[in-house]
Design a protein around this ligand. Structure first.
Ligand SMILES: Nc1ncnc2c1ncn2[C@@H]1O[C@H](COP(=O)(O)OP(=O)(O)O)[C@@H](O)[C@H]1O
Ligand SMILES: [Mg+2]
Length: 415
């Protein structure tokens, strides 16, 4: 494929002063946007409705033609390249999957490979491989029609179809907007898993800031006319919102959103007094007193937590038994701090028991630890330097100097 836009991974995208002026509109929908999308990264576009996210996305695969500027993919100016050829190298996912209703799942997924002239056996093999990748059993789903699938399953097929010809670039426009919150969370997790396997360059539009924080390596926050207000890592945007617009967009509880970024295994756990069934309750009680701890964690022979015992409970028993408390708050060390806090809130407890592989007890996490993690995250946000992003030429009547002065501080230099 000599005309393709590059290797299947490691493809950068650069928008250079890209403008879209729709006929009959006073202001451009996208005004002089310069944006660097690093190879293999997942960039989220967020911003209010009508600010130009979809227009910007569709200019990358030229479903919408820019009226100004250049789009450079892997060093190649694609602005004048044949649109159909370009789009074969760019997967495109829209809300509700955008599947063709009269075609089976397999036919939908195999569309681009068929256009590329793959033979039938190779297409069939690829379809099954992709269904596996998006966690749909090929034997069950390949011959179904879209209407025989749930919304979440249709969306999975949409993702599979976009990945069919192994394109280096994936564009997604509010892909999970039409599914219920639980399905959305699963699809998000799955996208992250898939991305860790395939390392595409992904641009994904959302109006959900939490989704942007969860999925994005970088987040571009736009205001009307695709004016870039801030372009940085989720961590740094949460810690240092560029202005009030971004603060409002983040919404309440910016600190709490930090919790989605940190996993339980990244914070220091509290050690706990442990006990085994058969231990003398009085021995455990004196250990608790010695440690100044309120509860002991009872473990089974493989060190899996069974329940917690308070001093009062211990003082009333002779021997520790192997009763299981199903309502004990337990989180995996892979959980986010957000999940951990949720678990504590549901159990009305200020600590949760943490388990690792094979449910082996690791320690305790408490609200204090979580609060400290928030402030630590806020004060020490590091990471790679942000990619370049700014608008220029949006105000053609002004001289270059005035245009520079008119820009917001955040747009003045790369952040
Ligand atoms: N085909 C079109 N013709 C004229 N104006 C359009 C067209 N498509 C979008 N617009 C306008 O361009 C602006 C940006 O739209 P869009 O990119 O769809 O925003 P978003 O995806 O951020 O909601 C809006 O003001 C919208 O009304
Ligand atoms: Mg849109």
């Amino acid at each position: 494929m000599s005309e393709s836009i590059g290797a299947n991974t490691g493809t950068s995208i650069l928008l250079e002063e890209v403008t879209k002026q729709y006929p009959g509109q006073v202001k451009p929908a996208v005004g002089g946007l310069t944006l660097e999308i690093p190879a293999g990264s997942l960039v989220m576009f967020v911003g209010p409705s009508g600010c130009g996210k979809t227009t910007t996305l569709k200019m990358i695969n030229r479903l919408i033609e820019p009226t100004g500027g250049k789009i450079v993919i892997n060093g190649q100016d694609v602005t004048k390249m044949d649109g159909d050829t370009l789009r074969r190298g760019i997967g495109y996912v829209i809300q509700a999957g955008g599947l063709f209703p009269h075609m089976t799942v397999a036919t939908n997924i195999g569309l681009v490979p068929k256009m590329l002239g793959w033979d039938k056996a190779k297409i069939a093999e690829r379809v099954d491989e992709l269904l596996e990748l998006v966690s749909l059993d090929p034997a069950i789903y390949r011959d179904r029609y879209p209407k025989e699938l749930s919304g979440g399953q249709q969306q999975r097929v949409g993702v599979a179809r976009a990945l069919a010809a192994d394109p280096p670039v994936l564009l997604m426009d509010e892909p999970f907007g039409a599914v219920d919150p639980i399905t959305r969370q699963r699809l998000q997790d799955e996208l992250l898993n898939i991305q860790s396997e395939v390392q595409k360059t992904i641009v994904c539009v959302t109006h959900d800031f939490d989704e942007a924080v969860k999925l994005g390596d970088w987040i571009a926050i736009f205001d009307e006319g695709a004016q870039l207000v801030q372009y940085d890592s989720p961590e740094r945007i949460l810690a240092n919102p560029a202005n009030e617009f971004v603060e409002n967009f983040i919404g309440s509880g910016a600190g709490l959103k930090q919790l989605t970024l940190t996993r339980v295994n990244e914070v220091e756990l509290v050690e706990a007094v442990t006990a085994l069934p058969g231990d003398l309750a009085s021995d455990v009680l004196s250990k608790l007193q010695g440690a100044g701890a309120p509860t002991a964690v009872v473990l089974d022979s493989r060190r899996r937590p069974l329940r917690r015992l308070t001093r009062r409970q211990l003082s009333r028993m002779q021997l520790v038994d192997d009763t299981v408390d199903a309502s004990m708050p337990v989180v995996s060390d892979q959980s986010t701090l957000n999940d951990a806090l949720d678990t504590m809130l549901v159990a009305s407890a200020d600590t949760a028991v943490v388990t690792g592989r094979r449910e082996v007890f690791q320690g305790l996490i408490n609200v204090q630890t979580i609060m400290e993690a928030i402030s630590a995250a806020n004060s020490a946000v590091g990471g790679d330097e942000a990619p370049v992003g700014l608008n220029s030429g949006a105000i053609p009547a002004l001289s270059v100097e005035n245009a520079m002065a008119a820009q917001t501080p955040s747009a003045e230099e790369p952040r």
